[in-house]
Ligand binder design. Structure first.
Ligand SMILES: NC(=O)c1ccc[n+]([C@@H]2O[C@H](COP(=O)([O-])OP(=O)(O)OC[C@H]3O[C@@H](n4cnc5c(N)ncnc54)[C@H](O)[C@@H]3O)[C@@H](O)[C@H]2O)c1
Length: 317
């Protein structure tokens, strides 16, 4: 039987990053290797990513992106390129230029060149210190104090605007901190929740860059990839939020994470040396209410801290 989805042409921008490198593989499993174009700014895709079409394009360069869209005629674009929170705070002007410059290019070209659907990720960084930090509601104060957060709020409003004004089917998730072992994280505030696993296995110890009581919402990458694809495959009438959906799986403190790692790696020890990222973490929610995603399009996470830790340790070893 022919799969009607198999003719879909998909472009993934930011394909070599922590999320893109796993999303491309899943999309190619579903739609075929040749249907998914992996795009990155510098690094040439290696390994599984090189099994299908791949290109090197700077998404802030509108002419280069236009030429890419004209050559591949995508009906769906996943736009993941961007600077993350910690990297963005070191160079806020560049964070704005890359995150907003590339997004406006993608939205304009999608509208003008017949792209049917766009995915763009927001983040828990869209919230700020004046937002309720526990069980943060879908609709609440969006007043972030990082440039990364400023670009996420702006991006959410742009996504909604292109839907309302032009009917472009843009969908978005506010990802929590994402934990994975295949590709190193790209300079975010939740990177400690990945690094601890690698350092525990490599050296038996880890020095957290946040304090033990720091609690943030998190998710294991397979859940995040599934959420992304399920959101994009949901019938349009089910998508009631056109800014970005709250999304979560679990919340834990750095100390709880360390204890769970110690249960799996005998002799593991850790210390805490908070740096500038502590202030960013303190401005973000501790836990998220994602009931709108669960109700509207059936979101359900599968991994909690224990199950994720067992898989992380097994896979890294
Ligand atoms: N990883 C997380 O925990 C997390 C959480 C919330 C939101 N997000 C969002 O998800 C998206 C992807 O995150 P990630 O963790 O995979 O990031 P990453 O830093 O690991 O990867 C970013 C990718 O974007 C590409 N890129 C950067 N600038 C580019 C440009 N000008 N043109 C083309 N490509 C460019 C890089 O080559 C890389 O492939 C970002 O928008 C990020 O804000 C990530």
């Amino acid at each position: 039987m022919t799969n009607p989805m198999s003719e879909k042409k998909i472009v993934v921008i930011g394909a070599t990053g922590q999320i893109g490198s796993e999303l491309v593989v899943e999309l190619r499993k579903k739609h075929g290797d040749q249907q998914v174009v992996a795009v990155s700014s510098r690094s040439v895709p290696k390994g599984e990513l090189a099994n299908g079409p791949h290109e090197t394009v700077d998404a802030t360069d509108r002419d280069a992106l236009k030429s890419l869209f004209e050559r591949h005629c995508p009906d769906t674009v996943y736009h993941l390129a961007g600077l993350l929170s910690a990297t963005g705070e070191k160079d806020p002007a560049r964070a704005w230029a890359v995150n907003i410059g590339s997004l406006t290019n993608v939205l304009d070209l999608s509208r003008d060149l017949g792209v049917r659907q766009v995915f763009w990720p927001s983040s828990i960084a869209a919230f700020g210190p004046t937002t309720p930090r526990d069980n943060t509601p879908q609709n609440t104060v969006l007043a972030p104090t990082t440039m990364y957060g400023v670009t996420k709020v702006t991006g959410e409003l742009l996504c909604q605007y292109y839907w309302v004004k032009y009917g472009l089917d843009v969908r978005s998730l506010r990802y929590p901190g994402l934990i994975s072992y295949k590709t190193p994280p790209g300079g975010g505030t939740t990177d400690y929740a990945v690094a601890v696993y690698f350092e525990a296995i490599r050296n038996g110890n880890y020095d957290f860059f946040v304090g033990p009581d720091t609690v943030l919402p998190m998710m294991y990458m397979p859940d995040a990839i599934r959420a992304t694809i399920e959101l994009m495959e949901a019938p349009a009438e089910k998508i009631k939020v056109r800014t970005s959906y709250n999304l979560t799986a679990m919340s834990f403190s750095a100390e709880e994470l360390a204890k769970t790692v110690a249960d799996h790696v005998s002799g593991f020890s850790c210390s805490y040396s908070p740096d500038f990222r502590q202030q960013i973490a303190d401005s973000w929610p501790r836990s998220i209410d994602d009931s709108a995603a669960r109700k509207d399009w059936g979101w359900k996470h599968e991994y909690d801290l224990e199950r994720m830790t067992a898989e992380m340790i097994k896979n890294i070893k």
